[in-house]
Design a protein around this ligand. Structure first.
Ligand code: HSE
Length: 437
């Protein structure tokens, strides 16, 4: 059989990695796909001329639209990232009857509903394994491997840069900005690193995971997003003393009233496997009713790990080239007509436990006042700890762990605590999850 011809958009970190993997493992990949894979046409504004595999590219230019219009190209591999012109390129490729492989989580999270509808209509596949957790095959696991299950919840460390920063801060007491610069130099961070540290990248990925798990449309705008930029070293240390690690988690949970979709720093018990996922590694915990809790772990960023997922998608698409479009795995796991309109809960209705830290005037009765405000709202305290005052300090850190409560009720309690004269500054609130199976 003749080789399949692909078009490559972008020769940056992931594009370069994809070229390396496709050429280095060409023989084995062809044995898996059943056909050879040739890179007919690549487009990049700039690239490293020493890139391995470049000699195997039949044509290189700087016009991405020329690739999606190239009649020789059967599969377009979009690795330029960002919303535009990625959206226009992908839609054009689909309109031209080409299959698409993309690593672009922002594109899928925001424009996936439109893109999948267009692909469905045209009978082509849009594959996006690399969009979530880099090299970890979590899309395939949730969409296909767990297809028997009623999925109850997903909790994942799905941003390598953020996890790298939190790990270095905890283990080495390193400075936030310095670790971020290192992640950028290593090619882990997004073009705009605020996407990593403010949780937007993780929210893109969580939006995709929630759609796959619960059979709902992609709804990025409904994903609650809080970053790690305000995590203080003292909270990392206090959490440790209490037996917890702070991880930046993406959580999607099905509850009686709807679906929770949230990204925020989270205290998790240190004995959980996922609490020990460090550095740039990603891990996703998925709880299905039949299988129980399952954990998927691996490199979530970087050239070759992400290329591993991109090339696996290319192989998948090559294998489906001869299959009837109606009998393919649906893009979002559930048949498009069977997607459900389950409400996504606002954060005020989400129920979780909390770590709270206040700076309290060191005098009798203050702790009781704070505990009283929580008690008045039925918020039960699991642990309370007062730290020693520093030399000459009038205020002391007071740390509390609470039982689960609706966030709206906790908001009211926090507002009342902050209004006390004996309390200095804002209450630090970090959500807490046990992640028990
Ligand atoms: N910036 C992302 C991360 C890259 O750090 O995880 C992979 O999506």
């Amino acid at each position: 059989m003749k080789p399949v011809k692909i078009g490559l958009l972008g020769l940056g970190t992931v594009g370069g990695g994809t070229l390396t993997v496709l050429t280095r493992n060409a023989a084995e990949i062809a044995r898996r796909a059943g056909r050879g894979i040739r890179i007919a046409h690549a487009a990049a504004r700039e690239y490293d001329p020493a890139l391995s595999g470049l000699d195997q590219v039949e044509r290189i230019g700087d016009d991405a639209f020329a690739v999606v219009e190239d009649p020789e190209v059967a599969i377009v591999v979009e690795l330029i990232g960002g919303y535009s012109p990625a959206r226009e390129l992908v839609l054009r490729a689909i309109a031209n009857g080409k299959h698409v492989v993309t690593a672009n989580k922002a594109l899928i999270a925001l424009h996936g509903n439109e893109i999948f509808a267009a692909a469905q209509e045209r009978g082509v596949v849009v594959a996006f394994e690399a969009a979530v957790a880099g090299g970890v095959p979590i899309v395939k696991a949730v969409r296909e491997g767990l297809a028997a299950n009623h999925i109850e919840w997903i909790a994942g460390i799905i941003n390598g840069t953020g996890n790298f920063i939190l790990t270095e801060m905890r283990e080495k007491g390193r400075d936030f900005a310095e670790v971020l610069a290192e992640a950028q130099a290593l090619g882990y961070a997004e073009a705009d690193p605020t996407f990593d540290v403010e949780g937007i990248d993780a929210a893109h990925k969580l939006t995709i995971l929630a759609a796959l798990a619960f059979g709902i449309p992609l709804q990025f705008d409904k994903t609650f997003t809080e970053g790690i930029s305000r995590i203080d070293a003292q909270d990392v240390a206090y959490a440790d003393e209490l037996g917890y690690r702070i991880k930046h988690l993406g959580i999607a949970r099905r509850v009686a009233d709807g679906i929770e979709m949230r990204v925020h720093p989270t205290l998790i018990p240190h004995r959980r496997l996922i609490a020990n996922v460090n550095g740039v590694m990603n891990a996703v915990l998925v709880k299905g009713d039949a299988v129980g809790p399952t954990l998927y772990y691996g490199a979530g960023a970087g050239a070759l790990p992400t290329a591993s997922a991109v090339v696996a998608d290319i192989v998948d698409v090559v294998r489906t080239l001869t299959s009837d479009p109606h009998n393919r795995v649906p893009h979002l796991a559930f048949q498009p007509k069977a997607l459900a309109d389950i409400p996504v809960l606002p954060m005020s209705e989400v129920e979780t436990a909390y770590y709270l830290r206040v700076s309290a005037l060191d005098k009798p009765g203050v702790m009781a006042r704070v505990a009283g405000i929580l008690g008045d709202r039925g918020i039960s305290i699991e642990a309370i700890k007062q730290k020693e005052p520093g030399e000459g300090d009038t205020h002391v850190p007071l740390i509390m762990l609470t039982h689960r409560v609706r966030e709206g009720r906790m908001d009211e309690a926090i507002a009342e605590i902050e209004a006390l004269e004996a309390i200095k500054g804002d209450v630090v609130r970090i959500r807490m999850e046990t992640l028990a199976g």
